[in-house]
Design a protein around this ligand. Structure first.
Ligand code: HEM
Length: 330
């Protein structure tokens, strides 16, 4: 008899454990490549078509969207907090200093408006940004990957939190710390820095490298001297100690093509930011820069997998909402 009671007790315990596992799994939803297969099968087509139309009118859209995704994920996770407009009471991330130069929010608005018509209240703004970031890379000649979906949109956005974005003056240790706080490793840092294969920078972002760099050196000695002179003379010339606010330099010599030229430039001491050049100045990352400069396919593979990781940072699967308009909380 005691044996029968023992067996019953064991069975009950097993059933309880299985129930607990089921409940936990139901609560912790996972991002899923097929998330909209039933609820909005045309979602990715709509986003892609919106991007193709926008890029035809403005070729600056791809780098802007790619940077938007990175800045969204680094502050409060990939929750579209970067898309919220400031109100009288609250200055949002969009208006934080590093994000003033993030543009092309209208492209996400256009995609969202079309998605709301096709499948109301279904596709989150955070997923739109993640899908769009993948598409702009692929449309610029870069790799394609499956975007995991199911992110919810956050309801909070504070301009002062943008101080947590990495700065172009960061050294390697600062960059590594910044990425590790988001669960990203050194390999992700080097691969994702390759995002600087497209786009443009204003002079203010690299000015400290080309004038008054240090008491000993006016120009950052880790920068190629001819490259520096060209920046000073032709790209960021000053009239009465100030330069044109719109002046600047492309991040690599093929700024509309997603390729591995960025790493070749870093190897040649022509990385624009200190944060780019430092990747080749330290044994912890130098070999990876060499590999990506030598092998574009390797860079593409690693970039794609690091973008999937970036897209998982701080996601809200069931703690947020699906915004009706990406600029406002519901
Ligand atoms: C590693 C740390 C990083 C730092 C310090 C950094 C810093 C910067 C700075 C200062 C600019 C120029 C802003 C301006 O003056 O207009 C810029 C542009 C850009 N960044 Fe980064 N970035 C980093 C990582 C990334 C990552 C991970 C990505 C994407 C995967 C990315 C994508 C871009 C793109 C595409 C642009 C060009 C934007 C445009 O043309 O409008 N960056 N970044």
């Amino acid at each position: 008899m005691p044996a029968v009671i023992f067996v019953i007790k064991v069975l009950i315990t097993i059933i309880l454990v299985l129930m607990a596992i089921t409940i936990t799994n139901a609560q912790v939803l996972r991002l899923d490549a097929h998330f909209y297969n039933d609820s909005c099968p045309q979602a990715e087509d709509i986003i892609r078509e919106t991007l193709i139309n926008s890029i035809a009118r403005d070729p600056k859209v791809p780098p802007r969207i790619l940077r938007m995704f990175f800045h969204d994920c680094f502050i409060r996770g990939c929750d579209a907090s970067i898309l919220l407009d400031s109100t009288r009471e609250n200055k949002t991330e969009k208006d934080g200093p590093p994000n003033i130069s993030v543009r092309a929010f209208y492209v996400i608005d256009n995609a969202k408006a079309k998605l709301e018509m096709a499948c109301p209240r279904t596709v989150s703004c955070a997923d739109i940004v993640a899908i769009a970031a993948r598409d702009v890379v692929a449309l610029s000649g870069g790799p394609h990957w499956h975007v995991l979906k199911g992110r919810k949109d956050g309801r909070v956005s504070n301009a002062n939190e943008t101080v947590n974005l990495p700065a172009p003056t960061f050294n390697l240790t600062q960059l590594i710390n910044s990425f590790s706080q988001k669960g990203l490793g050194i390999n992700d840092l080097v691969a994702l820095s390759g995002g600087h294969t497209v786009g443009f920078s204003h002079c203010s972002s690299f000015e400290s490298r080309i004038s008054n760099f240090s008491p000993q050196n006016n120009i950052d000695p880790s920068m190629d001297m001819e490259f520096a002179k060209d920046l000073i003379k032709n790209k960021c010339p000053k009239t009465n100690q100030v330069h044109d606010n719109n002046a600047g330099q492309f991040l690599d010599s093929t700024p509309s093509t997603f390729d591995n030229v960025y790493y070749k430039q870093v190897k040649a001491a022509k990385g624009l930011f200190g944060s780019d050049q430092t990747l080749y100045g330290d044994f912890r990352t130098k070999r990876m820069v060499d590999s990506y400069a030598d092998d574009q396919n390797l860079f593409f593979r690693d970039f794609a997998s690091s973008m999937v990781k970036l897209g998982n940072v701080g996601v809200k699967e069931n703690r947020g909402e699906v915004r009706l308009n990406c600029r406002f909380v519901n």
